[in-house]
Design a protein around this ligand. Structure first.
Ligand SMILES: C[S@@+](CC[C@H](N)C(=O)[O-])C[C@H]1O[C@@H](n2cnc3c(N)ncnc32)[C@H](O)[C@@H]1O
Length: 355
C-alpha cells in the first residue's frame, strides 16, 4: 500500500508538537517565574529596551544572560545590539500572564521530589508549597471569579461584615472593601504568611476601615465562629470561601456536607459565597489537553492532598445542605458530543434555609 506522505508528515509533526509541549513546560515555567519574581515584567513594561545589567538584584548575571537567550529562542524576547533586548508581541502577551505561572510553580517542590516520593514507602518527607508564590498567583488568577459574587453581595445581601475563610493575600477582601463602602472585613487562613500579608495589604490600602485577620483551620468551625462572633456581635455578615472546600473535602463529599451543615448551625442567618474548582472527567480533559492546564491543576491538587470534587458530587452536596442556591455562575465549560458540559470552576451564592 502506498504511504500517504502528507498525512505521515502531519502525524509526525503532531507527535513532535506533543513532545515539545510536554518537555517545554518543565523548563519555561521556572524560568518565567524566576524572572517574574525579579520584577522583570514591571520593568520591561516601563522600559521596552533592556539588558541584564538593568537587573542588578540578579547577582548571577551570566545565568540571567542564559535565560534571556533561552527566551529569545522561544520568540518571547528579541535581541537588539550589545546585549540589549526587547519583548516580542508574543512575549508581551505571555509575560502579562505571570500569575498563571505562579500558582502551578508554587508546587515545584512536589515535582522536584517526585521520584523520591515514588520509590519511598510512607511516611515521606512532605514537600512544601511556596506559600508566597501561591498566594500571589492564586489571588491574581482568581480575580475574574470575584465580580459576580461581589455584585450579588452588594446589591442583594448587603451585609455589614464580610468574612473570607482561606483569605490568601486578601485579594478578594480588597475588592469587597473597594466596592462596598462601610463594609467591615475579617480574613481567616491556615497560613500565618497569608494572615500577615492580608493584614498588611488591606491596612495599607484602606486606612480607617475595620480589618481583622487571624489564623485558624477553616474546618475548625467552632473555633473560628467564636472569634468571628466576638467581632461582629449581632451585625449581619456574609461568609466567603474561595477554593476552600477542596482543601477540607479529602475527596469525600460528605465531609463538605458536614462542614456546611456545621456553618449553618452556628450562623443560621448567614449567606455563603462559594467558589470551587471542578474535577472534570479525564476523557473531556484529554480531548481538550492542548488548551487547558486543568490536568496539571488536578495533579498538584491530588498529590498535595487536596480533594477536588466532580460536578456530579457538587450537585449531590447541593441537595443535602440546608442552603438554597440563589446565584450560580460557571466558568470554562467544556463538553463533547457524548458528555454534557462541565465547568472548570463555579461560583455559588447560598442562602440559609430556616432551621
Ligand atoms: C486559593 S487561596 C484563597 C484565595 C483568597 N480568598 C483570595 O482572595 O485570593 C486558598 C487559601 O486557603 C488557605 N487554606 C488552605 N487550607 C485551609 C484551611 N483548612 N483553613 C483555612 N485556610 C486554608 C491557603 O493557605 C490559601 O491561602
Amino acid at each position: 500500500m502506498p504511504v500517504d506522505k502528507d498525512s505521515k508528515s502531519s502525524a509526525d509533526l503532531s507527535i513532535s508538537h506533543e513532545l515539545v509541549t510536554l518537555i517545554r513546560g518543565f523548563f519555561a515555567t521556572p524560568v518565567i517565574t524566576a524572572v517574574g519574581r525579579l520584577g522583570f515584567f514591571e520593568f520591561i513594561l516601563k522600559q521596552p529596551v533592556f539588558s541584564s545589567s538593568d537587573f542588578p538584584q540578579a547577582a548571577n548575571q551570566s545565568l540571567l544572560k542564559n535565560i534571556f537567550q533561552y527566551l529569545e529562542r522561544l520568540d518571547l524576547l528579541k535581541s537588539l545590539q550589545e546585549g540589549q533586548y526587547e519583548c516580542t508581541p508574543l512575549g508581551k502577551q505571555i509575560f502579562q500572564r505571570l500569575s498563571s505561572f505562579l500558582a502551578p510553580h508554587s508546587y515545584g517542590d512536589y515535582m522536584v521530589r517526585l521520584y523520591d516520593q515514588l520509590i519511598q514507602a510512607p511516611p515521606l518527607h512532605q514537600p512544601k508549597v511556596d506559600r508566597l508564590e501561591n498566594i500571589l498567583g492564586s489571588g491574581r488568577t482568581h480575580e475574574r471569579y470575584f465580580p459576580t459574587a461581589i455584585s450579588y453581595i452588594r446589591r442583594k445581601l448587603k451585609p455589614q461584615w464580610i468574612v473570607d475563610i482561606g483569605c490568601g493575600d486578601g485579594k478578594f477582601l480588597g475588592f469587597v472593601l473597594q466596592d462596598i463602602p462601610e463594609i467591615k472585613s475579617i480574613g481567616i487562613d491556615l497560613s500565618e504568611v497569608s494572615v500577615q500579608t492580608t493584614q498588611k495589604n488591606l491596612k495599607q490600602r484602606f486606612p480607617g476601615r475595620t480589618i481583622h485577620a487571624f489564623d485558624c483551620n477553616g474546618a475548625d468551625v467552632s473555633t473560628w465562629s467564636q472569634k468571628v462572633k466576638s467581632f461582629v456581635n449581632e451585625e449581619s455578615l456574609t461568609i466567603s470561601m474561595w477554593f476552600l472546600l477542596h482543601e477540607i473535602s479529602e475527596r469525600d463529599p460528605s465531609r463538605v456536607i458536614r462542614f456546611l451543615t456545621e456553618v449553618h448551625r452556628l450562623f443560621p442567618r448567614t449567606p455563603l459565597a462559594v467558589c470551587e474548582l471542578v474535577r472534570q472527567s479525564a476523557e473531556l480533559l484529554a480531548q481538550n489537553r492542548q488548551t487547558l492546564v486543568m490536568p496539571e491543576y488536578l495533579l498538584f491538587h491530588d498529590i498535595s492532598g487536596q480533594g477536588v470534587l466532580s460536578w456530579t458530587e457538587y450537585q449531590t452536596i447541593l441537595k443535602q445542605i440546608p442552603y438554597d442556591l440563589v446565584m450560580q455562575r460557571t466558568f470554562d465549560e467544556i463538553g463533547s458530543e457524548l458528555e454534557t458540559p462541565e465547568p472548570a470552576t463555579f461560583v455559588w451564592v447560598l442562602v440559609p434555609r430556616p432551621s
